[in-house]
Design a protein around this ligand. Structure first.
Ligand code: NAP
Length: 414
C-alpha cells in the first residue's frame, strides 16, 4: 500500500525486473535520502543538476520521479529510529536509490547506518570510480594518469562486525575455546575480531568486476590482497578470483603470467588481463605505475584504504563518487561524511554526490545523461568556478557556493 501511494504521489513507475535484469521505465521512481550535516545542501544542488541534465537530454520524454525516504538524524527526529524498516523496504522495492552522507550515531548500540544498509540489502560490491578532472588541484605530478574503478567487497572481512570487547565474558569464552579446542594461545587481556572471507563473497565480487571490465572495454582487473601474510583469507580471495576467471571467463580474460609466458608481455587483442598485487605494494604501484591499473577487485579493508588513497590523487574525497550494488539493488552515495562544521552553510562541494548520480544514470542505462553531467562538471572546474575546498588550492579561482556551483554546471549543460 505504501508503495502504491508513492507511485500515485510521484506519478512515476517502478523499475521492474525481467530475466535477472532491470527494466527501467521512462519515469522511474527513485527514492533519495537527503543525508545529515551538509547532506541537504549538496542533495539540493545535486538534484538540480541531475534533473536539468535529464530535461536537456530527453526534452521531457524521460524524468526521475524522486521520493524522499528517511535515515539518519532526520529519521530519528521524525520517527525515533535512525534507520526505519520502511526505508530499507522502499529501496528493496524500487531497486535504485541515492543518498547523502549520514551521521554515525555515537553510542546507543548502533554501528554505522551505511554499513547496516549495505549488510541488510546485501549490497556486496562497493564501486568507486576514480578519475581526474583537468584543473583540479592534486598532490601528485601526473593525476591525469589515474583512471581506476575499485570494486571493494562490502559484506565480509573485519568489517563483518564480529568482534568481542576485551574483558567481557564473551571474549573469555572465545579465548578459552581457541586454547582448549585448537591449542591457540591468545593474551588474556585481548579484544578479538573475526575476519571471514568466503568463496561466495569473493567470487561474486570478482565476477562483478570482470563483467564491468568486459562491458566497459577496460584492459585489466587487478586482485589486491595481503595473501603473503593472511593465506586462508586474503590469499584465498586471490586464488578464488583466479579460479572464477578460468571457470567463467576463459575467452574474455588472460592471466598476467600467461601474457608473459606466451605473448612476450603484450596481451592479445580483446582479452582482459587478470593480475594480482599484494596490498602494500599496490599502494606504491598506484603512485609509481599509475597507468598500469584499471579495474581493481579487493577485500573490504584493503578497498576502504585504497579508495581514499586513489581519491586523494585526483583532488580528495569531495570529488569521489561511490555506489553499493547487490545482484539488482543499487544504492548510490557521496563517499565523504557529513562535514558537520559546514552544515547549512551552502558551501560544501556537491561533486561527489553529483558524480554518484552519473553512476546511477549509467546503472539505469541513461549513459548520455551521465556523459552530459560529467563534461559540464569538468568544464566548470576547468573554468575555475569551484567551491571553497578547491578554490583554496587553485590560483585565480572563483569561489562559489554549493548552489551556485550547481548553477555553473547547469549553465554548462544548457
Ligand atoms: P567528513 O564528514 O568527510 O569531513 C571531513 C573533512 O573533509 C571536512 O571537514 C572537509 O575538510 C572535507 N570534506 C568532506 N566532504 C566535503 C565536501 N563535500 N566538500 C568540501 N569538503 C568536504 O568526515 P568526518 O568529519 O570524519 O565525519 C563526519 C560524520 O560523517 C561522522 O558521523 C561519520 O561517521 C560520517 N561519515 C559518513 C559517511 C557516509 O555517510 N558515507 C562517510 C564517512 C563519514 P575541510 O574542513 O578541510 O574543508
Amino acid at each position: 500500500m505504501e508503495f502504491e501511494n508513492i507511485i500515485k504521489e510521484t506519478g512515476g513507475n517502478r523499475i521492474e525486473v525481467s530475466g535477472g535484469k532491470l527494466v527501467v521505465p521512462d519515469n522511474p521512481v527513485i527514492p533519495f535520502i537527503e543525508g545529515d550535516g551538509i547532506g541537504p545542501d549538496i542533495w539540493h544542488a545535486a538534484r538540480m543538476v541531475l534533473d536539468a541534465a535529464v530535461e536537456k537530454e530527453y526534452g521531457g520524454k524521460k524524468s526521475i520521479a524522486w521520493t524522499e525516504i528517511l535515515a539518519g538524524e532526520k529519521a530519528y527526529d521524525k520517527t525515533d529510529e535512525w534507520l526505519p524498516q520502511v526505508t530499507l523496504d522502499t529501496i528493496r522495492h524500487f531497486y535504485v536509490a541515492i543518498k547523502g552522507p549520514l551521521t554515525t550515531p555515537v553510542g546507543g548500540g548502533i554501528r554505522s547506518l551505511n554499513v547496516t544498509m549495505r549488510q541488510k540489502l546485501d549490497l556486496y560490491a562497493c564501486i568507486r570510480p576514480v578519475r581526474y578532472f583537468k584543473g583540479t588541484p592534486s598532490p601528485v605530478c601526473r593525476p591525469e594518469l589515474v583512471d581506476v574503478v575499485i570494486f571493494r567487497e562490502n559484506t565480509e572481512d573485519v568489517y563483518a562486525g564480529i568482534e568481542w570487547q576485551q574483558g567481557t565474558s564473551e571474549v573469555e569464552k572465545v579465548i578459552g575455546f581457541l586454547k582448549n579446542e585448537l591449542g591457540v594461545n591468545i593474551r588474556p587481556d585481548s579484544g578479538i575480531g573475526v575476519k571471514p572471507i568466503s568463496i561466495t563473497g569473493s567470487k561474486r565480487l570478482v565476477r562483478k568486476a570482470i563483467r564491468y571490465a568486459i562491458e566497459n572495454n577496460r584492459t585489466s582487473v587487478t586482485l589486491v590482497h595481503k595473501g603473503n601474510i593472511m593465506k586462508f583469507t586474503e590469499g584465498a580471495f586471490r586464488d578464488w578470483g583466479y579460479e572464477l576467471t578460468r571457470d567463467e571467463f576463459p575467452d574474455a580474460t588472460i592471466s598476467e603470467d600467461e601474457v608473459w609466458d606466451k605473448y612476450d608481455g603484450k596481451p592479445p587483442e580483446g582479452r582482459i588481463v587478470i593480475k594480482d598485487r599484494i596490498a602494500d605494494s599496490m599502494f606504491q604501484q598506484i603512485l609509481t605505475r599509475t597507468a598500469e591499473y584499471d579495474v581493481i577487485a579487493t577485500t573490504n579493508l584493503n578497498g576502504d584504504y585504497l579508495s581514499d588513497a586513489c581519491a586523494a590523487q585526483v583532488g580528495g574525497i569531495g570529488m569521489a563518487p561511490g555506489a553499493n550494488i547487490g545482484d539488482l539493488i543499487g544504492l548510490f552515495e557521496a563517499t565523504h561524511g557529513t562535514a558537520p562544521k559546514y552544515a547549512g552553510k551552502n558551501c560544501a562541494n556537491p561533486s561527489s554526490l553529483i558524480l554518484s548520480g552519473c553512476m546511477m544514470f549509467n546503472y539505469l542505462g541513461w549513459h548520455e545523461v551521465a556523459d552530459l553531467i560529467f563534461s559540464a562538471l569538468g568544464k566548470a572546474i576547468e573554468q575555475k568556478k569551484v567551491t571553497y575546498d578547491l578554490e583554496r588550492l587553485m590560483e585565480g579561482a572563483t569561489k562559489l557556493s554549493t548552489s551556485d556551483f550547481a548553477v555553473a554546471i547547469i549553465d554548462g549543460i544548457k
